[in-house]
Design a protein around this ligand. Structure first.
Ligand code: BGC
Length: 711
């Protein structure tokens, strides 16, 4: 990003006049949730204050901060605005299933605008951690398993935040946080640098290129060093290679945690390590507050070194216009919060993020003439759909699934049936009677919002409580059964899936159960695709489509568990003898109420030089009875490379809306990045040779064409 010379001039003039105490204050971040009285405002003059928003409260704090600061420097007011501020959108995992960056950008703009109206000037978003393990509860916060999609969505969210004005973002968690060993939060990422560069880093680079203002190092250890003091990845790769010039802010208390990680002997040591790694802002550990001066006194650093971080913080504040506007209008705040425009966007997002996984015999859409029994613990729950990072969201703002369905039909009856957790009573007779009087059963199951999110990893990923037993019971009632899965992660629902006629996955959909109801009733034809593979069993994890091959790939051998141990592994290929190796539903899968046909795949040429881009063309036809939108996906496979490359990788997609019977020739251009990767020397290269391009409606089907890059 090109620096604004006028801002730079202002920053330098200010720095030249600031005391060292003031400067250190700018690098400190205090948490209003922990110390609501903010005792440090006057003594430390912190540059950042977190978790105290609402225009009136924020104004009160800013006045104190500005009065305490000899140069009247306002604070960056921080909040984690991950899926909306008061208007709660579908969780990012759901939003990514829309494969619609414009939608994500708009949602982020609204979320950031709403937050900024309440005084927030720095949101700790977007989260772009690749997640291939649904045991990890933070899978909810990102865009799923795929590098390309995470990058596209991260960049869109960055642009959305920046376009709100007066507020900036902080991409997190840099890096490989989602690779937590065993799916347990905060755990080390045991990966090599090649995988790190090819899989986990590109979304961060995409956000830097989109103009993100902050980066948050993750809690975990990557390449053997905790990220808060990973000089190689922070100062070397992020700042050096990616050219990131903004603020690096630690995760909460992470500087102190360097002691637990076993790399710092004490807090002072942690201070030295983090500072040396170009960490600007110390979130919450209060180490910079107490120890940076000592580093100066002992001659370990100079005031110029401290100026580096201060310069970045002040540049950010000037760029946001914070010096001119740090007080917010309470009337505007109440007029716009949850306004009809924002609610409509949340509803549209819920419709476009809901994935139709299964639809045997066209069980869905529901019809207004059908008598519907809605049952299950989450059918009329306003809290679960809000997810973990609901900021100021409230359950009473939610249109529950039941409320949404009632808007479209007066023939819906609701019986909760069973609890989401625990082993509470189930009145089987009452449900049986209600089912008898109905034409179809819709059952809303899943997890309460607090079961996913930070520090909420699970070892099991089946439905909790008695929900499995309940679904089994419903499947015996001789009525078509529709499963609606409301959750922040993928689950092992293989049994429930087999027992259901249709399965709909709206995830934690935010405030708009009416949006999900529109999908159920076909007022909106589902268009979302999975941004993450649905496993068959927890034992398959990590499970993702873009894996590398083995020398003995699975060829589809039939697994027959026999009593003889010797007969288990029949063909010596890579599979499990007791469960499938394939997912229940693959990445990219998602049904519509219409059908699509792909044909006539071609490229503009067969041979390319390594500086040329490739144009892919194909015909897409709506072969069904109603209008629908298909996400056509383009995958690339490098046939022979110097390092083993994934069996396929998403490199482009296009959403195409077609009327019944309509067909369209779709063209998409793949730049050389689509064929490039980091080799084992960590050089970014496009190696000449053959590449297979596959186009289809998910990651397992489609037609392919070969091209070749020559020297
Ligand atoms: C989370 C971050 C978050 C921070 C501040 C941490 O525990 O890991 O994602 O931004 O808290 O709330």
């Amino acid at each position: 990003m090109k620096k604004d010379t006028e801002i730079t001039r202002k920053v330098e003039a200010l720095i030249a006049d600031m005391s060292i105490k003031e400067k250190i204050g700018q690098l400190c971040f205090v948490n209003g949730e922990r110390d609501p009285e903010l005792p440090f405002i006057e003594s430390v003059m912190p540059g950042t204050v977190a978790n105290l928003s609402g225009a009136a409260l924020s104004n009160e704090i800013q006045k104190r901060v500005v009065a305490a600061s000899p140069h009247n420097i306002p604070a960056l007011m921080v909040s984690d605005v991950i899926q909306g501020y008061r208007t709660i959108f579908p969780i990012p995992l759901a939003e990514a299933c829309s494969f619609d960056p414009a939608l994500a950008e708009n949602n982020s703009r609204i979320a950031a605008t709403e937050a900024n109206l309440s005084g927030v000037s720095w949101t700790m978003a977007p989260m772009v951690d690749i997640a291939r393990d649904p045991r990890w509860g933070r899978i909810a916060e990102g865009a799923g398993e795929d590098t390309y999609l995470c990058g596209v969505m991260g960049a869109a969210r960055t642009r959305g935040i920046n376009s709100a004005g007066g507020i900036g973002g902080c991409v997190k968690h840099y890096c490989a946080y989602g690779n937590a060993e065993g799916g347990r939060d905060y755990n080390a990422a045991q990966i090599n640098e090649n995988e790190l560069r090819n899989v986990y880093l590109p979304p961060f680079k995409a956000c830097v290129e989109a103009g993100i203002d902050g980066v948050m190092p993750s809690f975990n250890t990557t390449l053997g060093v905790p990220m808060t003091c990973n000089k190689y990845l922070l100062s070397g790769v992020l700042r050096g290679e990616f050219g990131f010039e903004g603020c690096i802010a630690t995760d909460y208390n992470a500087m102190d945690e360097l002691i637990n990680h076993g790399v710092a002997e004490d807090r002072y040591h942690a201070c030295r390590l983090a500072f040396d790694s170009t960490v600007d802002v110390d979130m919450g550990s209060l180490i910079y507050m107490n120890d940076l001066q000592r580093m100066l006194d002992e001659g370990l650093i100079t005031e110029d070194d401290i100026d580096e971080g201060v310069r970045r913080v002040l540049y950010f504040k000037f760029k946001l216009g914070l010096f001119d506007r740090y007080l917010y209008d309470t009337e505007k705040e109440s007029a716009l919060t949850l306004c009809p425009e924002y609610r409509a966007a949340a509803k549209d997002a819920a419709r476009k993020s809901t994935v139709l996984l299964k639809n045997e015999s066209n069980t869905l859409p529901l019809s207004e003439n059908q008598k519907i029994l809605l049952t299950g613990p989450l059918g009329d729950d306003g809290d679960a759909p809000l997810g973990w990072w609901r900021c100021k969201g409230r359950a009473e703002d939610t249109t529950t699934l039941f409320a949404g369905m009632k808007q479209l039909s007066d023939k819906v009856e609701f019986i909760k049936g069973c609890d989401v957790l625990g082993d509470g009573e189930i009145d089987f007779d009452a449900v049986k009677a209600a089912a008898k009087a109905s034409d179809i059963i819709v059952c809303a199951v899943g997890e309460p919002s607090f079961m996913s999110g930070e520090s909420h990893s699970r070892g099991e990923i089946t439905l909790p409580g008695r929900q499995r037993e309940y679904v089994k019971f419903l499947s015996t009632l001789n009525k078509p059964l529709v499963l609606v899965l409301i959750s922040g992660r993928t689950h092992d629902i293989s049994e429930e899936n087999a027992l259901s006629d249709a399965v709909l996955c709206p995830w934690e959909f935010g405030i708009s159960g009416d949006g999900v109801a529109e999908v159920l009733f076909g007022k909106y034809n589902p268009s979302a695709k999975l941004c993450v593979s649905f496993p068959n069993n927890v034992g398959q994890i990590p499970l993702y489509y873009s894996h590398t091959n083995t020398g003995r790939p699975y060829k589809g051998a039939k697994i027959e568990m026999s009593k003889s141990v010797k007969s288990f592994a029949t063909d010596f290929t890579s599979y499990y003898i007791d469960m499938p190796v394939t997912p229940l539903y693959p990445f990219g899968h998602g049904l519509s109420y219409t059908s699509f046909e792909y044909s006539s795949l071609s490229t503009d040429k067969a041979e390319y030089s390594t500086d040329e881009s490739v144009t892919v063309a194909f015909t897409l036809k709506n072969t069904g009875e109603r209008e629908g939108c298909e996400t056509a996906q383009v995958y690339v496979r490098d046939i022979a490379a110097s390092v083993a490359r994934p069996v396929k990788e998403l490199k482009g997609f296009e959403k195409v809306t077609l009327a019944p019977g309509e067909e369209k020739r779709v063209t998409l251009t793949l730049s050389k990045d689509a064929f490039s990767f980091y080799n084992f020397r960590n050089e970014y290269v496009l190696e000449p040779g053959k590449f297979e391009i596959t186009v289809g409606g998910d990651s397992v089907s489609g037609d392919s064409v070969m091209i070749e890059f020559t020297e």
